[in-house]
Design a protein around this ligand. Structure first.
Ligand SMILES: Cc1cc2nc3c(=O)[nH]c(=O)nc-3n(C[C@H](O)[C@H](O)[C@H](O)COP(=O)(O)O)c2cc1C
Length: 251
């Protein structure tokens, strides 16, 4: 499966079969170890058995997810670290999708209890748990309330129709985000695409992680479309209410 197919296939899975065979667990461990990073911030992706995690889930009325395994994403709490976490862990998510595994990003859990369980004491703490396993039942793909035209601006001369920007936009639109809020906004030009977020009071703390996820999807889609380029910060247009994060610049 190519990146675009993986993006299309991925969706959050909340019901899992109880077990995962040892060979697949080893593959998951390998993928965690080898995942690409966006910057040099500290990031540890630690595979933890469900029995260590289950009693710390299900806070605040959010549905319980009981998977056989979880990837604890351990990072610092600053912008670069969380952006890196979002990018790297979503690369893992897409690779696990390719193995036929289900995943679900979890931001709501008893963080203090999980950190104590994993014996984390410094600034590097568990920011996200990623549920991993085989889906127990076919899950329906969640819809998207925000329509594509509200997510993107096409600059004049951006060759909207001759470049496959709409494919890139779709790749971002179907990325996972906390409570499906899709904070990302894109500004397409002939040279590339700038990524911004809009601020919403609910779930604001997840924005850097979600922007890392969006960058992963932009890069994966461009790679599949043979659009060479790199992610970097560049001069970018300003727009009221939009916060700039990074750009994919074609080379
Ligand atoms: C940073 C982040 C945190 C999330 N936290 C939770 C969570 O605590 N519980 C949950 O059931 N889903 C959680 N999700 C999954 C989202 O609800 C889901 O991605 C979104 O509704 C879109 O659905 P989809 O993943 O099936 O496309 C989280 C997603 C992200 C990116």
């Amino acid at each position: 499966m190519n990146w675009l197919q993986l993006i299309e296939r991925r969706h959050s899975v909340r019901r899992y079969l109880p077990d995962l065979d040892a060979a697949t667990v080893n593959q998951v461990r390998f993928i965690c170890r080898e995942t690409e990073t966006l910057n040099s911030s500290f990031l540890e992706l630690r595979l933890v058995g469900g029995e260590e995690i289950h009693r710390h889930l299900g806070l605040g009325g959010i549905g319980r997810v009981t998977a056989p395994w979880y990837i604890a994403a351990i990072a610092r709490d600053d912008r670069d670290s969380l952006l890196n976490l979002g990018y790297s862990l979503e690369r893992v998510v897409l690779r696990l999708t390719g193995l036929g595994l289900g995943t679900c990003w979890l931001g709501v859990f008893d963080k203090k209890a999980v950190d104590a369980q994993l014996e984390l004491k410094g600034a590097e703490r568990t920011r996200i748990l990623l549920a991993v396993g085989r889906a127990a039942a076919a899950a329906k793909r969640m819809g998207r309330r925000i329509m594509p035209k509200r997510l993107a601006v096409f600059a004049p001369h951006s060759h909207r129709d001759s470049l496959p920007w709409l494919t890139v936009l779709e790749a971002v639109r179907w990325a996972p985000s906390a409570i499906n809020r899709q904070p990302w906004r894109l500004w397409f030009t002939a040279e590339g695409v700038h990524l911004y977020s809009v601020s919403r009071p609910v779930g604001k703390a997840y924005t850097p992680i979600e922007m890392g996820i969006a960058l992963c999807h932009v890069q994966a889609a461009c790679q599949q479309l043979n659009l060479a380029g790199q992610i970097k910060e560049t001069p970018h247009p300003k727009r009221k209410g939009w916060e700039y994060w990074a750009s994919f610049v074609r080379t």
